[in-house]
Design a protein around this ligand. Structure first.
Ligand code: UD1
Length: 341
């Protein structure tokens, strides 16, 4: 099959592409190498996703380095495009060059706290950018679409665990609101243009290649360098941290489901159904690093939710989702990766 993945050089996207290629599929990756974090990391992710483990000689001129990456990575089964999803014309040119069976849309501005600083940019990328893709799918008759949503849409809902039928009308960050908006607008494209769609609500994903700004990676790096970690709140905020392999299992099973069913519009939680508070998260990292953190206590950050916990009954029943990596094992694997890289 021919899959188009947006954000395929990021954390989740690069793992997904690796899996799709290993399963014998063809992949088109659209990524703008956004400066939210270093493009060097995204170049490395891309190379690993296509199983190229040779050293990349960075010139530190971003455009030149990405051009080089493109020429290194093209093959019969893999095409990389350096493209922003806000540019509809650019997207159209790519789509028209290929036969696409399914779009998996992971590109987004993904920070919760940064979204409060630049809400308009989040709106442009996460809402307009996503609509550009749907408009093109509508015009070209592409009928299958999987979209990344987020546990953040549940806001500070009190009923735990969160189920897909819960009310999600009270997000507490611009980021969360753009994700909720994506779910709602996606339904419009499903209803009007018969685009089969699955919206996956990811619950704080971690593992090898995790984004460096996310707490698990950030803490591990700072502790290993004997630097202070910014510790938000009193340690009681809690997350249903989800290991990357389980997320890839959930996405690949969603692909299978959407390919074999018609008239699909589903919202699905992908989590582990476990709750780990910040104190436990930190002590698990400390244990695996064999080091104690220097903590800088800071107030709870605006936009941060108190607690997440996924009810994954629907994912198990509908797509056969089977998460397998608990937090202790996942952190062990993550720290091993971190120390190796
Ligand atoms: C429920 C929710 O909104 N989840 C979103 C959030 O993840 P989420 O906020 O869960 O992920 P983080 O890794 O940023 O934070 C995890 C925990 O660490 C704490 N923390 C974080 C950073 C730090 O320097 N110090 C610190 O103490 C946070 O308060 C939180 O309790 O952002 C991700 C991207 O950015 C999104 O994809 C998630 O959908």
């Amino acid at each position: 099959m021919n899959y188009l993945v947006t954000g395929g050089s990021g954390f989740i996207g690069s793992h997904l592409i690796e899996q799709l290629l290993q399963n014998g599929h063809s992949v088109i990756n659209i990524d703008n190498f956004d400066d939210f974090y270093s493009y060097h990391i995204k170049i490395k992710n891309t190379l690993e996703s296509i199983q190229n483990f040779s050293e990349f000689d960075f010139t530190n001129k971003k455009d030149d380095d990405i051009k080089k990456l493109i020429s290194l990575s093209q093959s019969d089964h893999y095409k990389l495009y350096y493209q922003d999803i806000r540019d509809k014309k650019g997207l159209e040119n790519i789509f028209k060059n290929h036969t696409i069976d399914l779009v998996i849309h992971l590109a987004a501005l993904a920070g919760v706290r940064p979204s409060i600083e630049s809400p308009l940019e989040y709106e442009e990328v996460n809402i307009r950018g996503t609509m550009n893709l749907w408009e093109i799918c509508k015009d070209l008759g592409i009928k299958k679409f999987i979209c990344a949503s987020s546990s953040s849409v549940y806001g500070n809902n009190k009923k735990i665990p969160f189920t897909e039928t819960d009310n999600v009308d009270t997000p507490i960050s611009p980021y969360a609101a753009t994700k909720k908006c994506g779910e709602v607008l996606g339904h419009v494209y499903h209803d009007l243009y018969r685009i089969d769609m699955i919206q996956l609500r990811f619950f704080t994903v971690y593992g090898p290649r995790q984004r460096p700004d996310l707490a698990i990676h950030k803490f591990t790096k700072l502790i290993s360098e004997d630097k202070e970690i910014p510790f938000y709140g009193d340690g009681t905020t809690a997350r249903d941290y989800t290991y990357i392999d389980d997320i890839i299992d959930g996405i690949t099973k969603s692909i299978h489901y959407i390919e074999n069913n018609h008239n699909v519009y589903e919202i699905i939680n992908l989590g582990e159904n476990q709750v780990i508070n910040l104190n436990e998260m930190l002590s698990t990292i400390e244990h695996n690093l064999g080091k104690i953190a220097l903590k800088k206590n800071l107030p709870m950050q605006p936009g941060d939710v108190q607690k997440t916990n996924a009810d994954i009954t629907k994912a198990k029943a509908l797509i056969g989702y089977k998460p397998a990596i608990n937090f202790q094992n996942g952190i062990k694997k993550f720290v091993e990766w971190f120390l190796r890289k």
